[in-house]
Design a protein around this ligand. Structure first.
Ligand SMILES: *[C@@H]1O[C@H](CO)[C@@H](O)[C@H](O)[C@H]1NC(C)=O
Ligand SMILES: *[C@@H]1O[C@H](CO)[C@@H](O)[C@H](O)[C@H]1NC(C)=O
Ligand SMILES: *[C@@H]1O[C@H](CO)[C@@H](O)[C@H](O)[C@H]1NC(C)=O
Length: 941
């Protein structure tokens, strides 16, 4: 989000306010005079980046709001009053606050002295700088440093919709057929200013006494415990809340709902209440049951208990994601409700992650807050790290898988030149979103994992406890964290392997201040026994990256394990200290055919490419006894060979060589890593039928043992793994899978929607297989179920099930059925507008549908190539993504000849299509023949 920073004056000196009789909205009259508040209309230079001057600090706010949703329908107006106690640090005659789209009532503006007998300076004028979100108040004389003043004003503003999600918003749900309005809020990153005039930066911490006005039968929820309710005029009740801790204003939250709640109490006495609408209370049981154990784990790890005695968790209908407001976490229904008859078990672990993440923020983010958004990773990296650690008391397998997949997700995306560093430089508040990327979250968490490994878990934990104590109720920057970690390492005698002091800043600045990560290539000299390791940024697309002060080199921690070693505990052997290569003379196994392993347990954030002899040795070990390696190491071996094959550094056959052992693999993580790389291979091989047949047999037979052990019944722990096994088995025609699918589908047709014979996680594969193997009547059965309005619960699951049914319609192998479907998609009654794009995209990317859609585009490109509401270029692009054969190339050339581009947009679309085709062909030329030969000798039928 970029804002043009320009000085523009609206309503100078005396803000002119009026109540527009037509719209009922308040507005400010606009003036264009030079601004007398500043020297000749020029704002002080340091204000131009949208950062507040540091001349005054807030101490306490008394804030009262009365959001009025009792008028029947939007727009809804909030009126409020704020009294800010502040202390100047220097003599100044200007007060600068943040403010956005509020109406201020001029005659209510007051400045008073608090702890001095001398009267406060008088307000001589005020103005707003809308481009900077500033409210500037000018005084007739200077404020006296060290003295406390109170500034107060009454204001009004409009509630935004839940979709805007910045500030105070209204949301709705349906209860007994009636639309009910409720109120929620989202203040991070810079939306407190949309609710009241405020020092809206994370380092301007203060305490807040909040009062929320509401009417019966609603309840108000604030950051603190409810102190008292006071009945005032017009049916308003003012709920007064206990003072908040000293905190950043983005952690405030305001909720007005007609919900009930579930309650739990931890052994240390922290009360948690989970608020949700009545219909969904039962579905919130699961979340309610895990809040306690997670809270307890975090209290014990941080040795910091009960910071906030009452924690409200509020589930609002359409809030997306979740926000860690201190003492008042707000979630969306889709992240907090869970019921095994509606959701897959995977959703359950996602829910646990979200709760763990938000609760971890109470210590990492709320108690100790990033000083400015540049250091967001101190909030998000820690919360992401502890979101999985804090699930320890639940003893779940899926959390392991989810964590692994998330980290791998970052690992896979931190390879493009637009990737942000963990700690980016944020100048203006409007650039803050650049600090909320997977870099600050997942890569930040990976950095902490590296540090924990290097320092040992005990020392790391002590350092974290110290960091929380040192910076509690205050703010920190990355260097503060480095200093605490370095100090604790020295205290505990943790040094570098050569005995020199461990300096975290020196070691880790290159990791957090630049994006990307290294590929470590290792070459063992089998004559002399030495090992050469070199580092180079992993840059699979050969891109130009932005300049970096560290030139994309890193201090790389090297740990090595080899076949001779007695202990399997990874140990730090040395640092490759920002040099291109090092030679190690020790720690190689005695025999040529024995393996060595770099980064065992894959605790450090880099990839490894081994010399080919060693890769063969590792593969031999995997096939003989893969349990010699821990599960993460097995996954990493698969991940690296396939990623390097995709980048053209290794071949696809190398990847498959490593994956050969999978038929004996019973853990999910290595399998899911393998599965991640299959869709592209499967997609391109469809254009090479003979190889595709071999490939399908290979996958089917390799996954068979997993399929047979997982089966179809509800699996609490490993459902994404089970889902994969059933999907790969049915897609590749495992006889038992097809039979089971058919039997269950026959049962499904006879049963009502509420009694589905297949668990939720398996349904995408189940419906798709039923359609693919079925006839037109089966297709119609699914279509009819899609059309039935489930509409009983109004819970988010309904739409997920509907989407699953819809997308399976594209799976048919019958060309006629798909052609009819495509024609029907032009009819809005057949599939509604909201679902049309998804329907077309699933058709264009399905095995048989791709060619059906392509034929249709070829005939109709200048007529109506896609139904209205669908993007023809998106569909064109989707079809072409699966092109790889010579026939495809010829057809694309003919297409362009028949429909020459009519403008630059269309030309770009054609060019991109040609590029995709050529990339796919390049991959196929490189891999298909070799893979064919390899599969021929490795497929066991
Ligand atoms: C804020 O509320 C607390 C009670 O939680 C009260 O003791 C305190 O006096 C209030 N502060 C101000 C400035 O009104
Ligand atoms: C789950 O949903 C089903 C069907 O709507 C309901 O019968 C059951 O009580 C629910 N269970 C929980 C724990 O919410
Ligand atoms: C480009 O031409 C295509 C085909 O005539 C048309 O559908 C599209 O709207 C045009 N786009 C622009 C930006 O003019």
């Amino acid at each position: 989000m970029a804002k043009i920073v320009a000085i523009l004056l609206v309503g100078y000196f005396v803000g002119i306010l009026a109540d527009d009789p037509k719209t009922g909205k308040y507005y400010c009259d606009a003036y264009t005079d030079p601004n007398p508040l500043f020297n000749n209309g020029v704002a002080p230079k340091n204000l131009e980046d949208g950062r507040l001057p540091t001349t005054i600090e807030p101490v306490h706010y008394d804030l009262e709001i009365r959001p009025d949703i009792y008028t029947g329908q939007p727009p809804f107006i909030n009126t409020g009053h704020v009294d800010i106690i502040m202390r100047p640090m220097v003599a100044t005659n200007q007060i600068v606050l943040n403010y956005e789209s509020l109406t201020l009532f001029d005659d209510t503006m007051r400045l008073a002295s608090i702890d001095s007998p001398n009267p406060a300076p008088s307000i001589v004028g005020w103005g707003v700088l809308p481009d900077l979100d500033f409210l500037v108040i000018t005084l007739d004389s200077d404020l006296v440093p060290g003295t406390a003043y109170s500034f107060s004003v009454t204001f009004a503003g409009e509630l935004v919709t839940a979709a805007v999600r910045g500030g105070l918003y209204w949301d709705t749900y349906v209860k007994n057929g009636e639309t009910i309005y409720v109120i929620g809020s989202q203040l991070q990153r810079i939306y407190a200013r949309r609710i009241f005039p405020v020092f809206d930066e994370p380092s301007f911490k203060a305490t807040f006494n909040i009062t929320i006005g509401r009417k019966a039968p609603y309840s108000a929820v604030g950051n603190g415990a409810l102190l008292e309710s006071e009945e005032v005029e017009d049916g308003w009740v003012l709920d007064h809340f206990e003072s908040t801790p000293h905190m950043s204003c983005y952690l405030l939250a305001f909720v007005v709902v007609d919900f009930g709640y579930l309650e739990t109490v931890t052994p240390s006495g922290t009360v948690s209440r989970l608020w949700v609408r009545d219909d969904a209370l039962e579905a919130a049981e699961f979340s309610n049951n895990i809040i306690g154990p997670i809270t307890e784990w975090l209290e014990s790890y941080t040795d910091y208990r009960n910071i906030i005695p009452i924690v409200d968790h509020v589930v609002l209908p359409t809030h997306s994601g979740a926000m860690e407001n201190w003492g008042l976490i707000i979630y969306g229904e889709s992240s907090m409700l869970w019921n095994e008859t509606w959701y897959s078990a995977h959703y359950r672990s996602t829910t646990a992650y979200i709760i763990g993440h938000e609760l971890a923020h109470f210590w990492f983010g709320n108690l100790v807050t990033c000083d400015w958004w540049s250091d967001t990773w101190l909030n998000e990296g820690f919360a992401s790290y502890f979101e999985s650690k804090s699930l320890e008391p639940l003893a779940w397998k899926p959390s392991e898988m989810t964590y692994h997949l998330r980290v791998k997700g970052m690992f896979r995306s931190d390879t493009i030149s637009t990737s942000y560093p963990v700690r980016p430089t944020i100048v203006t508040p409007w650039e803050a979103p650049n600090a909320f990327t997977t870099s600050s979250y997942s890569k930040g968490a990976s950095m902490l994992r590296m540090i924990e490994t290097i320092m040992t878990p005990e020392t790391f934990k002590r350092a974290i406890q110290l960091y929380l104590r040192d910076f509690q109720f205050s703010n920190a920057v990355t260097d503060d964290l480095w200093a605490v970690l370095t100090h604790q390492a020295a205290q505990d005698g943790i040094t570098d392997p050569d005995g020199s002091p461990l300096d975290l800043k020196e070691r880790f600045d290159p990791w957090v201040l630049q994006s990307g990560y290294p590929l470590i290539r290792t070459i063992r000299n089998y004559e002399t026994g030495s090992l050469t390791l070199s580092q180079k940024q992993f840059n699979p697309n050969d891109e130009e990256w932005p300049d970096s002060e560290f030139d994309y080199s890193w201090h790389v921690p090297i740990s090595i394990l080899n076949e001779d070693d007695e202990s399997i505990t990874p140990r730090l052997v040395t640092w490759m200290s920002r040099v291109p290569a090092i030679v190690l003379d020790e720690s190689m196994p005695s025999e040529t055919n024995e393996w060595y392993l770099v980064n065992p347990g894959t605790r450090f954030f880099y990839r490894v490419q081994y010399d080919s002899q060693n890769m063969a040795n590792l593969n031999r070990q995997l096939n003989e006894d893969h349990l010699v390696f821990d599960v993460e190491t097995r996954a990493a071996l698969i991940e690296d060979t396939f990623a390097l094959a995709r980048a053209g550094v290794l071949t696809l056959v190398d990847g498959f060589e490593t994956s050969l052992y999978l038929k004996a693999e019973t853990e999910g993580v290595p399998w899911l890593t393998f599965d991640y790389y299959q869709p592209y291979i499967a997609l391109i091989l469809r254009r090479f039928p003979a190889t595709n047949d071999l490939y399908r047999s290979f996958i089917r037979e390799t996954v068979r043992p997993v399929y047979e052990s997982k089966g179809w019944d509800f699996d609490w722990d490993e459902d994404i793994y089970q889902e994969m096994a059933v999907r790969l088995s049915c897609t590749n025609d495992n006889t038992n899978c097809l039979l089971t699918n058919a039997i269950r589908f026959n049962a499904w047709k006879e049963l009502p929607a509420s009694q589905n014979p297949v668990v939720v996680g398996l349904r995408p594969s189940f419906y798709c297989t039923a359609v693919r193997r079925g006839d037109a009547a089966d297709w119609t059965a699914i279509y009819n179920r899609y059309k039935e309005d489930a509409g009983t619960s109004h819970l988010p699951f309904d739409s997920i099930e509907k989407r699953t049914l819809l997308e399976s319609l594209a799976c048919s192998a019958n060309v006629q059925v798909l052609q009819d479907y495509l024609v029907n998609l032009y009819d809005d009654d057949f599939v509604g507008l909201a679902d049309k794009s998804a329907a077309m995209e699933s058709l264009a990317s399905s095995i048989t549908g791709r060619d059906v859609v392509w034929e249709h585009l070829r005939q109709n490109w200048r007529k109506e190539p896609v139904p209205s509401g669908v993007s023809s270029s998106v569909i064109f692009h989707t079809v072409v993504e699966g092109f790889a054969s010579e026939a495809d190339e010829l057809e694309l050339i003919q297409f362009v000849a028949r429909y020459p581009p009519e403008n630059a947009t269309e030309e770009a679309l054609y060019d991109r299509a040609a590029e995709i085709l050529s990339e796919n062909q390049k991959w196929a030329n490189l891999n298909v023949n070799a893979l064919h030969d390899w599969l021929s000798s490795n497929v066991m039928d």
